[in-house]
Design a binder for this molecule. Structure first.
Ligand code: FES
Length: 174
């Protein structure tokens, strides 16, 4: 029997063997993002190296932790591979469409999962800029507000559901 698989070979490759999984010790920037539709969360850690000649700042190392689905994990693996070695300005410009172009087929219902990694990377760069008191591009500031709001909403929902679960379990045990 032929089994149904809605994902491309590339998605499956990155899902089964994701690159750059884990945490960095003493990262220069950390970003967290959450998906409002499913409540999944992910984090990206970056180390940044400054080019002595040009003064440019490049991503010298990058890792991720993803509490998400097949697409979220494949996306995280792909975007961290794409961002490695890029300047911060170049990395900010990576979009979900750039990542999806490299990953191939993803069902429309799972497109929202590919935003998580893009958001987490931007948050890690935001964190780096802010720790180093560097000017933060206005677009990145706007994104930061949106991403933080989503995280807060997810945390509130998790709290609500936990309370609800407790209530239900209490009623069942009566
Ligand atoms: Fe949550 Fe895909 S279902 S990120």
């Amino acid at each position: 029997m032929k089994s149904y698989n809605p994902y491309s070979k590339e998605v499956m490759k990155h899902f089964f063997n994701p690159k750059n999984v884990g945490r960095l010790k003493l990262p220069h920037g950390t970003g967290e993002a959450g998906n409002l539709l499913c409540g999944d969360i992910m984090r990206i850690y970056i180390k940044v190296k400054r080019d002595k000649k040009t003064g440019g700042r490049r991503i010298a190392d990058i890792k991720f932790e993803c509490m998400g689905c097949v697409v979220a994990i494949a996306n995280s693996s792909m975007i961290t591979s794409m961002a490695m070695g890029k300047t911060l300005e170049e990395a900010i410009k990576i979009t979900k469409d750039d990542v999806l172009k490299k990953l191939g087929k993803v069902p429309p219902i799972k497109i929202h999962c590919s935003i998580l990694a893009v958001d987490a990377l931007r948050e890690a760069i935001y964190d780096y800029y802010s720790r180093n008191k560097l000017p933060i591009p206005s677009e990145l500031q706007k994104e930061h507000k949106r991403i933080q709001k989503a995280i807060k909403t997810i945390e509130e929902r998790h709290k609500e559901y936990t309370e609800l679960e407790k209530k239900i379990l209490k009623q069942k045990s009566k």
